[in-house]
Design a protein around this ligand. Structure first.
Ligand code: SME
Length: 136
């Protein structure tokens, strides 16, 4: 994998997660531009989304950019501050990605299955993000 660019490696991670786990229907990495307070989609696997730039504070992703905390959504319909990417999405998980203590962005996963994400997914994705931080 060492010959791949960072973006290519991130795409490989997205494709690996999306193809390995049946409830991970869309997987993407957003990275923060702290000066502009926006998140930018760098890599993904699944259906292309219109939401490639998300302001801090907007949607689940934008809230995590400000809170620095994991956000697990069992039912997206119950969320007021939510950006819909597909009518099929029922649940979502967003885990911030830290490098040297700084919130660099996040991994965002959408599921067509309600209540798809557990504490184990949180712990697993924190581990994935720690590995990804090492190649940034
Ligand atoms: N649902 C996200 C937007 C990104 S899409 O899931 C790809 C949100 O509310 O921030």
């Amino acid at each position: 994998m060492s010959h791949l660019s960072v973006n290519e490696k991130l795409t490989e991670v997205c494709e690996w997660l999306q193809s390995s786990l049946p409830t991970y229907n869309w997987v993407g990495f957003y990275f923060a531009n702290h000066a502009e307070r926006t998140l930018h989609l760098k890599a993904f696997a699944g259906v292309p989304t219109d939401h490639t730039v998300i302001p801090f504070g907007k949607g689940i992703c934008g809230q995590v950019a400000e809170s620095n905390a994991n956000f697990v959504v069992d039912d997206v319909k119950a969320q007021d501050n939510y950006i819909a990417c597909s009518i099929y999405v029922k649940a979502e998980i967003v885990i911030p990605l830290f490098k040297n203590g700084k919130n660099m962005g996040q991994i965002d996963i959408d599921s067509h299955t309600p209540n798809a994400f557990t504490k184990e997914d949180e712990q697993f994705l924190e581990w994935v993000n720690s590995k990804v931080a090492a190649i940034l």
